[in-house]
Design a protein around this ligand. Sequence first.
Ligand code: PGA
Length: 254
Amino acid sequence: MDMRRPIIAGNWKMNKTVSEAVDLVRQLMGLVAEVRDIDIIVAPTFTALHAVSREITGSNIDLAAQDVFWETSGAYTGEISPPMVKDVGCRYVIIGHSERRQYFGETNESVHNKIKASLAVGLRPILCVGEALEEREAGKTFDVIRIQVFQCLDGFSREEMGKITIAYEPIWAIGTGKTATPQQAEEVHAFIREQLGNITHPQVREAMRIQYGGSVNQDNIGDLMAQPNIDGALVGGASLTADSFSRIVKFQKT
Ligand code: PGA
C-alpha cells in the first residue's frame, strides 16, 4: 500500500484578479467535491488569498502562498510574513520556486530561512528544487539537486522535516511544454529520497512526499503518478482553468 497520500497543487503564479480567482476556485470546488484521497491545493497571488480562503472554507481544497519572507514583522517594505499568510488561511507555502531563484535572487540560504520561519508558525513548506538545462546537459543534475536539498533542508528536526514536501521541477520543463519523461523524473525523485537519508530519519525519508512539476497536464499525469517516487504534482499553466486542473486531480494511474 502506498503510504504517501498524493498531493496536487496548482501554482497560479502572477495570474488572476480577485474576482477571477474566486470564479476559478468556485468552479474547481464543484468539479473536485467528490475527491477524498488526494490533497488538493491552490496557490493564488497574495492579493487573492483572502477571498479564495473564504470560498474554500470547509471544502477539500487547501490554500498555499507562493512565497513568504523570513521575518515576522518590521521595516521590510513589500514583504509578507509567515504569520500573515497563516492569518489569511494558508496551510502551505511554496518556497524557492525557480522563478524566485532566477528573477528575485533567491538562494539556498534564503530558502532555508524561509522554510524555518514558515515551520515556526505551523505552515507546511513546499520546497522547490530543480536543475537548469545547461546543468543537465553538463551532467550536473545530481550535484545541483544534492546541494539544493542539503543546503535548504539541513538542520531541521525530524518533526519539522515531517511537515515538508519537496517539488522537483526541472527548469527546462517549466512552461515549455517539455515534460521530463516519467523515467527522467523518477530517477531524480529516487535520488532526492536517497539524499534525504543523509539528513533525516529513515521513516521521514520514506514518508516525505515528492511532487513533480514542469508542464504537467491531464495527459501526462497518469504516467508520472505511476512512478514509485512521484507522489504528486505542482502544476502551473494547466492549473489556470478548472477543467484542466480538475482532470489532473482526478488522474488515473496507468
Ligand atoms: P508549468 O509550471 O506547469 O506551467 O510548467 C510549473 C511550475 O512552475 O510550478
